[in-house]
Design a protein around this ligand. Sequence first.
Ligand SMILES: N[C@@H](CCC(=O)N[C@@H](CS)C(=O)NCC(=O)O)C(=O)O
Length: 208
Amino acid sequence: MKIYWIHAQAPLRVLALIKHLGVEAELIRIDPVTGGLHTPEYKALNPNRKAPTMVDGDVTLFESSAIMAHICIKAGSDMWPTENLAEQVEVLRWLTWNEGHWVGAVGPYYIEHIVKKTFNMGPPDAAVLEKSAKNFVKYAKVLEAHLADKDFVAADRLTIADFSLASMARYWREAEMPLADFPNITRWLARLEQVPAWKNPWPEEDAA
Ligand SMILES: N[C@@H](CCC(=O)N[C@@H](CS)C(=O)NCC(=O)O)C(=O)O
């Protein structure tokens, strides 16, 4: 199995899962700054020109959720439930909620404070952050209420939904996300940090 990755939050989920499950994979780092996502070879694998991308035999996949589900099935891991279909639906619900709502809520903070700094794109735009606050609070309230009586997002255990939802939010302090008033969320994020592969998801040669 080959995983094409860049140092960013969607590939992070897949790399953490691979490490957590001990799956053997060739991890191929791409440099987005020098056009690595735009080569004809890469575009043939992922026409979105984004990372991650997985190639496993005849199967080529983009979208980190689908890649994570594939890896779990292959590794026999119930982090993507395949026996209890009610659990599978619950995990799917939170993966969908992540893409549909949570990414849009936390994304502006992550982009303004972390992505811009990483790629020397200038200072955070205060107007963007101010405009984002209402949406952030709206969806943080949903997750906060959901986590009131839970250690994990779905199925009462660690699943790929946790990895998806936490991949930007894990940087909440550095990204200045206003999460201090959401103790269930911050406790859940701290709990995930106790998972070694989540705490240090990057390949060994790039542990920074
Ligand atoms: N929904 C996609 C998101 C993929 C995505 O947006 N990847 C970003 C990194 S988090 C990327 O490749 N950005 C590089 C670029 O847009 O040039 C997934 O979950 O895989």
